[in-house]
Design a protein around this ligand. Structure first.
Ligand SMILES: NC(=O)C1=CN([C@@H]2O[C@H](COP(=O)(O)OP(=O)(O)OC[C@H]3O[C@@H](n4cnc5c(N)ncnc54)[C@H](O)[C@@H]3O)[C@@H](O)[C@H]2O)C=CC1
Ligand SMILES: O=C(CO)COP(=O)(O)O
Length: 346
């Protein structure tokens, strides 16, 4: 039986551990807080991050990193992206063997503009980013915890590792597709959080479905534009980790990014919002990263610019929407035509 270790006992790490347990794997869930380990062991619940779900008896909870990864055939990293680099650094000191490394976190490092697989690959001395697998798609932990049908994509340059990951996670209620476009899959998962903040802002301002559909559609156009510029296949954005994740995050009551945007739209202060939610809102850090990345790449991202102004320059949500609506007139298909002609002109 394969041993799979999940690093990060938040909502997503816990839900993914349960999927792996359903596949009768030997699953170890690691938390960096010993009090959380004790509580989860005692109550068989992860009350703070995934309430109302009972953890399987066979799930092993661990708080020692070295013991958690010892002998694992696969290690699944699911911590907030701000903790990825330091965790990978710690892992590097303990890794004596070569498990398949999978990550399910969604973001971009603001200081380097690196994707998560690139950050992990840069810290693990015996790995390259090309062999890391990203698992990403429309998948709220709360629904996976209830075993509601969910689809997701496992992406890597290493085909064997994507197929291995598909085997590990595929269950009756959790369907895993594979892809070789890890750039598109990782960027889709990261960038949709910015647009979800925007969808929340729009709802918080009391605007309706027309405004939200506009944000989702024009948001898709601008995140596809940046991703294609970074080397992604634009068609990946028609898939689960593109439009699929955009829809679920912009429209679901479970989304922390949507919730944070909703409160911003209602006029609350960002620090108060984060304290109130008590869970990671990746879109904030990703907005910071993408604001500077888009400037560097000279890619036009008006919605991202607006969200950045609302969060980091204290501009009112209403002013941001007015500014977006008053932009120069344009042809709807201009950007997608130029992406396709750049990609297929040679
Ligand atoms: N919650 C969800 O439905 C989904 C989340 N994700 C992604 O998964 C990643 C993790 O998110 P969640 O589990 O939702 O977060 P969460 O906010 O539910 O939990 C975060 C967890 O990370 C732990 N943590 C914080 N700093 C840490 C550190 N330095 N070292 C180790 N552990 C640390 C916390 O103790 C907590 O257990 C994020 O990048 C998120 O975008 C992806 C898909 C679905
Ligand atoms: O990525 C997610 C669903 O696919 C989770 O989104 P939130 O982080 O906004 O809750």
């Amino acid at each position: 039986m394969s041993k799979v270790t999940v690093l990060g006992a938040g909502s997503w790490g816990t839900a993914l551990s349960m999927v792996l347990c359903d596949n009768h794997l030997d699953v170890c869930l690691w938390t960096h807080r010993s009090e959380q380990k004790d509580l989860m062991q005692r109550t068989k619940k992860n009350e703070r991050y995934l309430p109302n779900i009972t953890l399987p008896d066979e799930l092993v909870i661990e708080d020692h990193l070295e013991e958690a990864i010892d002998g694992a055939d696969a290690v699944v990293i699911v911590v907030p992206t701000k903790a990825i680099r330091s965790l990978a650094k710690r892992m590097n000191a303990f890794l004596k063997h070569h498990p398949v490394i999978i990550h399910a976190s969604k973001g971009i490092e603001p200081e380097t503009h690196l994707r998560i697989s690139e950050v992990i690959g840069s810290e693990l001395s015996s790995y390259s980013a090309d062999e890391i697998v990203a698992l990403s798609g429309p998948s709220h932990a709360e629904e996976v915890g209830f075993k509601h049908p969910t689809t997701i994509t496992a992406a890597s340059q290493n085909k064997n590792n994507t197929l291995f990951t598909q085997d590990l996670f595929m269950t009756q209620y959790f369907r895993v597709y594979t892809s070789s476009d890890i750039i598109g899959v990782e960027l889709g998962g990261a960038l949709k959080n910015i647009i979800a903040l925007g969808a929340g802002i729009s709802d918080g301002l009391g605007y309706g479905d027309n405004a939200k559909a506009a944000l989702i559609t024009r948001g898709l156009a601008e995140i596809t534009r940046l991703a294609a510029d970074m080397g992604a296949n634009p068609l990946t954005f028609n898939g689960l980790s593109g439009v699929g994740d955009l829809i679920v995050t912009c429209t679901s009551v479970h989304s922390r990014n949507w919730k944070a945007g909703h409160l911003l739209g209602q006029g609350y202060d960002i620090d108060d919002i984060l304290a109130q939610l008590g869970m990671i809102v990746e879109g904030i850090r990703t907005t910071e990263a993408v604001h500077s990345l888009a400037k560097k790449q000279k890619v036009d991202m008006p919605i991202t610019d607006g969200i950045y102004s609302a969060i980091f320059d204290n501009r009112s949500a209403k002013e941001i929407v007015d500014r977006l609506m008053a932009r120069d007139r344009t042809n709807e298909m201009d950007d997608i035509s130029s992406i396709l002609s750049d990609r297929y002109s040679n």
